[in-house]
Structure formats: structure tokens, C-alpha cells
Design a protein around this ligand. Sequence first.
Ligand code: ATP
Length: 249
Amino acid sequence: MTHPRTTEPLLELRGVSAAYGGVRALQDVDIVLGEGEFVVLLGPNGAGKTTTLRTVSGLLQPTSGSIRLQGRTITRVPGWRRTGLGLGHVPEGRQIFPDHTVEENLRLGAFAHRRARERTQRTLAELLELFPVLGERRNQPAGTLSGGEAQMLAVARALMSEPRLLMLDEPSLGLAPIKTAELFGYVQRLHSERGLAVLLVEQEALTALRLADRGYVLERGRVVLAGSAQQLRDDPRVQAAYLGAAPTT
Ligand code: ATP
């Protein structure tokens, strides 16, 4: 397994298990992500990718194991507090508020910094410039946006809390390839120009491995493979399962 670039990890999951009622979803998962790293989570349906992100953002309590963010144990810290600690989560299905305007949706993302009005104003202005289409539509109900625009809104909303780590859950789902490329272009820029760390869950494995520094493959709730993006691209098991290559015998 390759190691992240920095010694003090930004995010560290050790022996994390999680369940929905009696249904086990994660078993003894170890994931480490360094400051400014871009890491992808791959795996078949039901592998536990969404559950991993939900556990990190505090939407689901692990049954055992620990989660550390910048060296601080956050396993029992409530989810809404974790946003203020530098975690941004773009959930599966976007979950924007269709009857609220684009700007109102964005302001909801600044909840963690709600007392700092000037800071919110500055971040809002920056994001409306970074995503010009949101600037143009800022007073429109979010429900009138196209799929690609709504996904950009979901990403921008997560960025309103000025996260160190942005977690994205299958952002390409339901988007045309050109819109996916545009969205990943923004994410890549934020990563390379601002040092934003990214934890991406993505079905489009090849696209994800082109963007990422490292990756993990989950199956049935366990990490079965980990390595650099190059190592994963070259791995015959990954090629057979996710990159459309014929299985090797
Ligand atoms: P997908 O690519 O299909 O979204 P995933 O890798 O993200 O898959 P999870 O959604 O994390 O997988 O699911 C992991 C396991 O937990 C699966 O067995 C799934 O059926 C189960 N699971 C997920 N959400 C719930 C829930 N709300 N209630 C009960 N079981 C759930």
C-alpha cells in the first residue's frame, strides 16, 4: 500500500465498522487521506462507499473504530459540528432545496459559520464567480436548474463552509458526459490551485483514477485493495471489474 504525502493525516479511519439496524455495511475499514490529497473510493453497488462518507460526516455512528480529522478524534462529534471542523459533504442525489433560490441554498451551506456574515458574503461572492452559471441564476428557485447546474450548486453549497476536505458521492450520476467533465474540471482546479483534499465516490472508475492520487476498493463493506491511482489502473482485478478489461486467467 502506498502512503499519503504528509505524515499527519487529514482524515484517518481505523477499524471502522457500521451497520443499518442488523445489516452490516462496513467492517474494519482503514482509510487514510493526507492534507491536500485526492482519494477515490471504488467498488460495486452495496460495497459501502456511501456508508463510508456518511460515517465520516457523522450521519451514521460507527459501531466500532475511530475517525480522526487533523489528529482530533471526531468519532462522537455530531455531524453538524463536523462541518465547522472542515468537512464538506456532497451527498448522493444532491439534496438541494428546490423551492429555495440558488443563493438561499448556498447560504444554508454556511450554517457552520453563520455568525461571520462578512466571511459568508465573501465566500458567496467567490463561489458565484467560480461557478458563473450559479451567479446568473442566483435568484432562481433551485428546482428550475438543470441536472448539471444542480450538481454544481450542491458542490458550491458544500464549499460555503470552506472545507479542507470535500467528499463527493457519485457526482456524475445522471449527468451527461460533458457536464461530468465540466464538474470534475472545477473539482480538479479546487484541488490543484487551492490544495483542497477530495474523497470521491465514483462509478466511472477510469475518470476517477485519472483525477485521483490514490484509491481504495471496497467490497462487501471491506477494503480489499488500496494503492496509488496508477497501481489501481494497472491492477488486473480493477481492470476486470471496473475498467472493462477481459478478466485474466
Ligand atoms: P451504491 O454504489 O449502490 O450506492 P455503496 O457502495 O455506496 O453502493 P452503501 O449504500 O454504502 O453502498 O451500502 C452498503 C450496504 O448497506 C448495502 O448492503 C446496502 O444495502 C446497505 N444499506 C445502505 N443504506 C441502507 C439503509 N438506509 N438501510 C438499510 N441498509 C442500508
